[in-house]
Design a binder for this molecule. Sequence first.
Ligand SMILES: *Cc1c(COP(=O)(O)O)cnc(C)c1O
Length: 360
Amino acid sequence: MERVFNFAAGPATMPLEVLQSIEKNICNFEGEGLSVMEMSHRSKTYEKIINETRDNLRTILNLDNNFDILFLQGGASSQFAMVPLNLANNGDLTYYAVTGNFANKAWDEAKRWTNAVDITNSMSDKYKYIPHIDSSKIDKSAKYLHITANNTIFGTMYDNLPEVDIPLVADVSSNVLGKDYDYKKFALAYAGAQKNLGPAGLTVVIINKKYIRSDLDKSVPTMFRYDIHAKNDSMYNTPPTFAIYVAGEMFKWVLKQGGVKELEKRNIEKANMIYDILDNSSFYKPFAEKESRSIMNVTFNLKTEELETKFIAEAKENGMINLKGHRVLGGIRASIYNAMTIEGVKKLTEFMQTFEKNNK
Ligand SMILES: *Cc1c(COP(=O)(O)O)cnc(C)c1O
């Protein structure tokens, strides 16, 4: 079977093993005579799937019973709105670390409902780095600080979580299960699944139960309330059943690999293979500043746009696709999430060296 190396930022590559396990069960799930796609979400079989998926994620992230895991829809982008609606009252003070496009969108959405302040903002420096958060500037009455743990477009990442005295909320869409954070430090963390957790259509929310409120303003729509989803074990309405099942297969795979610690080690190794080339060449220009570099999305430029177009085209001819940077940044982006193999990254780095020789 001919498979390409897919360096897409999301929807992203998945482990072949996981795809094959799904393939095996696609028409007849474990002898039940029907596909998971066709199954009632209230059936015993499906109940077992969703419970096991939730339990495995809890194990992987080392979460105790103070945390709830919700399986929602609407993407990370819906969480930009749900977070302020559920964690703050209208007009309350909230803080945003604006470190990229998605962070900026989250901030914009929060401004609709709260007094959202950008405690730090690296926009004028093209989001090249993660600016330090001066915790002495934080007003303790603020409801939370929102960070974007990994900035998918720019290739920057928090290596350490900021230490603050107010609840910490994180968009972990592009480094969840790829970077080993202590998830007990979050009041809430959310992720669209399509980068590191499985297919698009599922959004995972990890929330400390302390922050689930049932006294929300009446204007907050039912489907936008964490308390409703938590009370109903993510079954208030039909959940994205197939996407949850696939995420469950991913979680089993993560456990088999040795968990997040082991995957993080591998991700650092993969990222360094590319960064080493970038740092030892005047042909390639890394975008993100060294201290802020992501281990999930590696961004860089070549001397001219023409050369970048040629790089992308030749990589494609060699079985490596989706290396074009996001339209707001341009250049090259290699997304190397958990499912990207060392073999794939090795092939990319060899191609980079050959391309440099031929185009110097
Ligand atoms: C992809 C991405 C989003 C947007 O996710 P959707 O699921 O498409 O809404 C938000 N934040 C980050 C960090 C992302 O990488």
